[in-house]
Design a protein around this ligand. Structure first.
Ligand code: HEM
Length: 393
């Protein structure tokens, strides 16, 4: 076995994630110990899966690898995920399928297409302001308000309330706590649910309060947790957008290529998803004993799937550490796979596409305007702050 300078233990270190050191640990693990056992410590013992084929196989077997007991690594003393068994992310089939059917329509191509006009208008206005000022902090000024405005529209949050919901959810993201622990946010959604019962509208919150998966209405608690799951999931949308711009700032040659070849925008969207891999891990719990790459996983064991590692697997991607907007094919797993394949994927792809389409028209150059501050997390990746200079076209 070759020596390694970064240990698999770094996978649970926030510092190793934000410094990027963890990429080196994953590289070593893919080559030498692709299904690795971490003994218990701050986190209870768990397996790490780092190769693309194995990550995909686990996602695709929801009968053995279940989600209801939690999909994120949580320190052992924090207990289970409070939304367990209730939210889209934290249920297993058949319940999961019934629940997903209640909201799927709003995330499909037709619904997202109807949103593209507003998406473009919002994106253009935010970018114009940034270009006029010459500099911006891209997360605060563009990525966060854009992804927030879109989910609010789909959920049926009135425009007048959007700002408050933005403040509360940003506070929770910043603290790294679950949105469900934010009292004002929870109170707001309870009130919104009552308003939608009284006055049903064409939106997701109405669908959740009036829909009856498997013949029974959802409880108020289930609706609340699902609302917060959807709002919380946009953290990935924001990091995905900001990660795309960070990649282009850091690769000026790729930015120039994109400006000259706008037909490369769809491929660039996929490459930025692979490159950023804003969702870092998914946890599953083995329902029965199972073997994976010769390792025996016992019933009840936790298995963590590491997406940025799968998305840099040398067996699937040529020169995986190169950011290449003309990469094809690009079979990344940024949105997971199987039953829980990201329901927001059409929305996130549309937002990134519109952002790039507008950016190549408005800006000739993207330049760093200060240090990038990465999010401090082992669950999500991308910039917390991204100061950018936008040189007008
Ligand atoms: C670049 C952006 C995004 C990335 C990389 C991403 C990634 C993922 C991943 C990896 C999962 C699977 C989690 C698991 O099962 O353990 C997931 C699920 C999910 N995502 Fe996204 N996501 C993104 C944007 C969004 C957006 C904008 C929304 C909109 C609300 C969203 C909503 C969801 C929901 C609700 C689930 C759970 C689906 C289910 O369990 O059936 N995501 N996402």
């Amino acid at each position: 076995m070759s020596t390694r300078s970064v240990s698999p233990d770094s996978l649970v270190s926030v510092a190793a994630h934000s410094s990027g050191e963890v990429l080196e640990a994953w590289r070593w693990m893919r080559a030498h110990d692709p299904v690795h056992w971490h003994p218990g410590g701050e986190f209870s013992g768990f397996w790490s899966v780092t190769r693309h084929a194995d990550v995909r196989a686990v996602y695709q077997d929801a009968a053995i690898f279940t989600s209801a007991a939690g999909v994120l690594l949580r320190p052992a003393d924090r207990g289970g995920d409070p939304g367990g068994g209730m939210t889209l992310a934290l249920t297993d089939p058949p319940r999961h399928r019934d629940l997903r059917a209640v909201v799927a329509e709003w995330f499909g191509a037709r619904s997202v297409r109807a949103l593209v006009g507003l998406m473009r208008e919002t994106t253009r206005a935010l970018l114009r302001r940034a270009v006029d000022r010459g500099e911006c902090e891209f997360v605060r000024d563009v990525a966060a308000p854009l992804s927030h405005a879109m989910i609010c529209r789909l959920m049926g949050v009135p425009d007048a309330d959007r700002e408050s919901v933005f403040e509360w959810s940003s506070e929770a993201f910043h603290r790294g706590t679950s949105l469900t622990t934010h009292h004002e946010l929870a109170r707001y959604f309870v009130d919104l649910m009552e308003r939608k019962v009284a006055e049903p509208a064409d939106d997701i919150v109405t669908a959740l309060v009036t829909g009856a998966p498997a013949g029974a209405l959802l409880s108020a608690e289930e609706v609340l947790f699902n609302c917060e799951n959807l709002l919380g999931a946009t953290e990935n949308g924001r990091l995905g957008l900001a990660g795309a711009v960070q990649a282009l700032v850091e690769h000026p040659g790729q930015w120039r290529l994109l400006r000259a070849r706008r037909d490369l925008i769809p491929g660039t969207v996929e490459e930025t998803l692979r490159w950023t891999s804003s969702a870092v891990h998914s946890v599953r719990t083995a329902a029965t004993a199972v073997e994976l790459r010769g390792r025996r996983i016992a019933a009840g064991d936790k298995v963590a799937l590491w997406l940025p590692s799968a998305n840099r697997d040398e067996e699937v991607f040529a020169e995986p550490d190169r950011f290449d907007v003309s990469r094809t094919p690009n079979r990344h797993l940024a949105f997971a796979a199987g039953e829980h394949f990201c329901i927001g994927n059409v929305l996130a792809r549309a937002e990134t596409t519109v952002l790039l389409e507008e950016l190549v028209v408005l800006a000739a150059r993207l330049e760093p305007a200060g240090p990038v501050v990465p999010v401090r997390s082992i669950a999500v990746r991308g910039p917390e702050r991204l100061p950018v200079r936008l040189v007008p076209a």
